[in-house]
Design a protein. Structure first.
Length: 470
């Protein structure tokens, strides 16, 4: 087994791990990063379709408050371009809503669900945001009525006629929140859901539910290319295809043992998704709260399909490419096309669409050709027959990915936060944690992952400056 030494070992080369390693190296600290996959990026991934087209199939969009991500894009020599919202500022394009087998068009945050539905939707979101405002940013388990909120599910709250008296409003809100967690709201603690809303700063859930705020820009070349360039900067300090199996820790330091590689370090930052971090062997064992928390933060289920077309045909119809179909197994699509070429020709049309939660499970069991036919048929209902005839069709089932085991974020089931959530942000001895689930602001996003990784790095750097005291 190869033996390495460093001041800090980082487990995982997603954005949290890469940001932590980069921050430490800027402070002239020695770092080794161990990554189980044969690539960097984690839940951010560029895949090559059969015709050679490269598309992002994980974290993709940047938006408001994503300051660190925008900085990193620039620092690695890349650029961003705006999400398509219409031919110009004075001519916004439409979003398609398909509800009760009927298509309607809308702009902004005002879907065509009737005045009563819109009123109820607005009041429900405001009520959720009032609850969000009551949750301490760093200590959600200390919120007023924390145990009551943690015993209730998000699904139960949405199902109450007192909270959401309009059926159409409930359908729309439930779909939006299912997408955020890639899970049935009935499996998500209400308090746990508020943690995500708190990550939207003063805007609460409104922040996450408005694509015009969270999905304002794409990276030219893809966010995964940013991760690749960050990994390239690490040189031999980055080891790919090295799953970590065991962390031995003491007051004197840590030994991180992976397949074929062992790293002796003063500190370790574990940035793997919580469920996977909880599957590592720790010697001596961690206090129960740490292991229980990680093992009880499951990711949701999500299948993402990217389809390409000779042009983004929906734009000629006055559409953004964004569609919402709450009663469809493929409830959302969004334009992911590259920037317009310099010669003024239209870009390649690229559309992302998703199946989540129980629909993802059901579709994953279908015959691939049957699933493709169903999927494209759902898109055609909203965007027209052209959607059913793509140049390329590529699926990514994140639940089937060994080193993800599910959707883009782990969630908190009922009772978890109030029983063991107090260790969510707490290191144990020389073991620190980072990742988008550990973030306070921008929780669940690439931005949150970067901030969380940098925070852990700064805390460890301060410890090293003190002489390595635990």
């Amino acid at each position: 087994m190869e033996q390495l030494e460093a001041e800090v070992c980082v487990v995982g080369a997603g954005f949290a791990g890469l940001a932590a390693a980069r921050r430490l190296r800027c402070d002239d600290r020695t770092v080794v990063v161990l990554e189980a996959r044969d690539r960097v990026g984690g839940r951010v991934w560029n895949k090559t379709l059969d015709d050679g087209t490269v598309v992002s199939v994980g974290g993709t969009w940047l938006g408001k408050h994503h300051h660190r991500m925008f900085d990193l894009v620039q620092e690695v020599g890349m650029k961003v371009y705006p999400q398509y919202e219409g031919p110009d500022e004075d001519t916004p394009a439409d979003i398609v809503l398909r509800l009760h087998d009927h298509n309607s068009h809308y702009q902004g945050l005002t879907p065509d669900i009737g005045w009563w539905g819109l009123l109820c939707l607005g009041i429900a979101i405001e009520r959720l945001n009032e609850l969000v405002a009551s949750v301490p940013l760093d200590r959600p388990w200390a919120a007023p009525r924390a145990r009551e909120l943690d015993a209730q599910t998000l699904g139960a709250w949405l199902g109450s006629d007192w909270n959401v008296p309009s059926e159409n409003a409930r359908i729309m809100l439930t779909t939006s929140l299912r997408l955020l967690f890639s899970a049935d709201p009935a499996s998500v603690s209400l308090l746990g859901a508020l943690v995500l809303g708190r990550g939207g700063a003063k805007e609460g859930f409104t922040y996450y539910m408005d694509a015009g705020v969270t999905e304002t820009h794409l990276v030219d070349g893809g966010a995964p290319e940013v991760a690749r360039r960050l990994g390239e900067e690490l040189g031999d300090s980055l080891r790919l295809s090295v799953p970590v199996r065991r962390i031995v820790h003491s007051d004197a330091g840590v030994e991180v043992i992976g397949d074929g590689v062992s790293v002796r370090a003063k500190y370790v930052i574990v940035t793997a998704p919580p469920l996977l971090a909880g599957q590592l062997e720790y010697h001596p064992p961690l206090p129960d709260a740490y292991g229980q928390l990680m093992r009880q933060m499951p990711p949701g289920a999500i299948i993402r399909v990217v389809t390409t077309y000779s042009t983004p045909f929906w734009r000629t119809k006055g559409l953004t490419g964004q569609t919402v179909a709450p009663q469809s197994p493929v409830p959302v699509s969004i334009d992911q096309s590259p920037p317009t070429p310099g010669d003024g020709e239209p870009p390649l049309g690229v559309l992302s669409s998703y199946a989540i939660a129980e629909d993802a499970f059901r579709l994953s069991r279908m015959d691939p050709e049957e699933r493709r036919e169903l999927w494209l048929g759902e898109l055609a209902k909203r965007l027209g027959p052209e959607a059913a005839d793509p140049l390329q069709y590529g699926e990514t089932d994140w639940t089937a990915e060994q080193w993800s085991q599910g959707g883009m974020i782990g969630h908190f089931p009922p009772g978890v936060l109030t029983s063991c959530g107090s260790v969510l942000h707490e290191p144990f001895g020389r073991i620190y944690w980072a990742g988008t689930e550990r973030a306070t602001l921008m929780h669940g996003l690439m931005e949150g992952a970067v901030r969380s990784g940098e925070k852990a790095a700064l805390e460890i750097a301060a410890k090293l400056d003190e002489g390595g005291a635990s």
